[in-house]
Design a protein around this ligand. Structure first.
Ligand SMILES: Cc1cc2nc3c(=O)[nH]c(=O)nc-3n(C[C@H](O)[C@H](O)[C@H](O)COP(=O)(O)OP(=O)(O)OC[C@H]3O[C@@H](n4cnc5c(N)ncnc54)[C@H](O)[C@@H]3O)c2cc1C
Length: 488
């Protein structure tokens, strides 16, 4: 175990951002006797638990390497056993065995998370849920879809398209990520310009949940009760299926627009989302970022001085966009229907795929996630003036709190934790809101503070605290508080 156990946070002092600190001790690793008892139960349930070191290494990592802060903390963390299930009954059997033998359980979808969300901090069992992949129901009247948690987003979306419907929000990992992992560990992505973020009311309309107890319960939660499970990293229940609102399917067109002027490109990124044009994604890349991306096969490569705006637009929006762009100094360089182009689609050049491509060329890049203040330009300019070429702009348009906003996922040259901390401090002073991708807990990674509903749900559905230990700060603080009271 490489993680430091830290004393409880003193609320009178500002919380440190880096390095990530855990407020309480983690449970011990499972003993050999516990593991053997667990293995026996899993075999009796017809499952195939794995204990070989190469299986455990494969089943213990996600995409945390994007963070040089998290990498040294997480790369040594290992599950003690790994198992995959295909059915809800299998999940119930696994939960019962862990509950009976007191072994911690960490859930795993496609393991594309960036913050080590599915990395087991305290050993125990890792449960792979990608075998649960049925679309159970699509309501023809309401468009509400109910599907199992392990289904891949692309598979689900293709089945919806056959019925004229589509997922509202998908991550740029659309082709590889699971539905349950997106709800439990993701936040938004393509579609966020129209539909905001996954935790906005109206997206998640209910879910089926298995509790972690010696006699687990299979619960059906409505939208209100499901809120506490949304973006909780699988710390407070095992999701087996989810009901989500969908939208009408649109044959989006991919557009690449070139700008010689950054101010013109920024103006387009501000104005287009506020128009009546139907858009599903808008990504703005500063010239040095654009120059390093693998563009679709027939799209001209980016010369070093050209900023690029990537749009997913409804077919009827293309002509008005073209006319409008001329006023802003932009030119459509390439366009193709989504799903019909060769090479990398625009969906895989935006959101954190931008970071992926730059890191593939130079792993010295990392990134941040900032909701920019309005107007955006003074903040962008002040940060650029301080950090120069060590900070490259990548912006995405989103709807946040009902308003059109821009978020930045800037590429940040890694110069050590101190420099990153200074950049974060300066961004906050300039009015940006940080969603820290260099943090381990649910709270530091996005929510900002403890969500009492999430903690209450953990007490109700995982009373022994066995699910994904160490990731829910509110629970750790509650445990630390209870321990202090017991001593008093
Ligand atoms: C290149 C790249 C681009 C990305 N782009 C985006 C993006 O645009 N938007 C975005 O939001 N994210 C993005 N991500 C992060 C990640 O890909 C998504 O959040 C993805 O949806 C996670 O799904 P997964 O199946 O891989 O989940 P995992 O990584 O397997 O799990 C994520 C979390 O969910 C929990 N979990 C998994 N299944 C269940 C379940 N059934 N019940 C309860 N808890 C569960 C896990 O324990 C873990 O805490 C990106 C990552 C990379 C590497």
């Amino acid at each position: 175990m490489t993680l430091p156990a830290c004393p409880p946070h003193d609320p009178a002092k500002p919380r440190p951002v880096l390095p990530p600190a855990l407020p309480g001790p983690l449970p011990p690793l499972a003993s050999e006797a516990q593991l053997q008892a667990l293995e026996g139960d899993l075999l009796a349930a017809g499952l195939a638990p794995l204990r070989q070191p190469q299986d455990l290494a494969r089943g213990s990592a996600d995409a945390f390497v994007y963070s040089p802060v998290l990498t040294p903390l997480l790369e040594g963390c290992r599950a003690q056993m790994l198992v995959r299930v295909q059915t809800v009954d299998g999940v119930l059997r696994v939960a019962a065995a862990c509950g009976r033998h007191g072994v911690s359980l960490t859930l795993r979808g496609a393991a594309t998370g960036n913050y080590g969300q599915c990395v087991p901090l305290a050993g125990g069992l890792v449960l792979d849920l990608t075998g649960l992949k049925r679309l159970r129901d699509l309501d023809g009247d309401t468009g509400v879809v109910t599907a199992e948690a392990g289904i891949l987003l692309e598979d689900l979306d293709q089945q919806l398209h056959a019925q004229g419907r589509a997922l509202r929000l998908v991550p740029s990992t659309y082709r590889s990520a699971s539905l349950g992992g997106f709800i439990a560990g993701g936040s938004g992505g393509i579609g966020s310009l129209r539909w905001g973020f996954l935790r906005d009311p109206g997206h998640l309309l209910g879910l089926e949940l298995v509790t972690l107890e010696p006699q687990p319960r299979l619960l059906a939660l409505d939208a209100t009760a499901a809120r506490a499970i949304n973006h909780a990293y699988g710390c407070n229940g095992i999701i087996t299926s989810l009901s989500l609102a969908t939208t009408e399917a649109v044959a989006w067109r991919q557009l690449v627009i070139g700008f010689s002027s950054w101010d013109g490109a920024l103006a387009a990124a501000q104005q287009l989302p506020a128009s009546a044009l139907l858009l599903n994604g808008l990504c703005l890349l500063e010239a040095p970022v654009a120059a390093q991306l693998p563009w679709p096969t027939t799209c001209p490569p980016a010369p070093g001085q050209e900023h690029r705006l990537l749009l997913l637009a409804a077919p009827g929006a293309v002509a008005p966009i073209e006319a409008w762009l001329k006023e802003l100094g932009g030119e459509i360089l390439w366009q193709a229907p989504q799903g019909a182009s060769r090479g990398v689609p625009l969906r895989e050049l935006c959101w954190n795929h931008t970071t992926l491509h730059l890191r593939a060329r130079d792993p010295g890049w990392t990134y941040l996630q900032l909701l920019l203040p309005q107007p955006e330009a003074p903040c962008l300019e002040a940060l650029k003036a301080t950090w120069g070429d060590a900070l490259l702009w990548h912006l995405e348009a989103v709807r946040s709190g009902g308003s059109q906003r821009l978020v930045a996922l800037p590429l940040v040259r890694w110069q050590g934790a101190g420099a990153l901390e200074r950049l974060i401090d300066q961004s906050r002073q300039l009015g940006a809101v940080l969603f820290n991708p260099h943090a381990i807990t649910v709270e530091e990674g996005g929510l900002g503070g403890v969500d009492a509903e999430q903690v209450a749900a953990k007490a109700a559905y995982d009373p022994a605290g066995l699910l994904n230990p160490g990731k829910l700060r509110g629970w750790l603080e509650r445990q630390a508080g209870a321990a202090v009271q017991a001593l008093a």
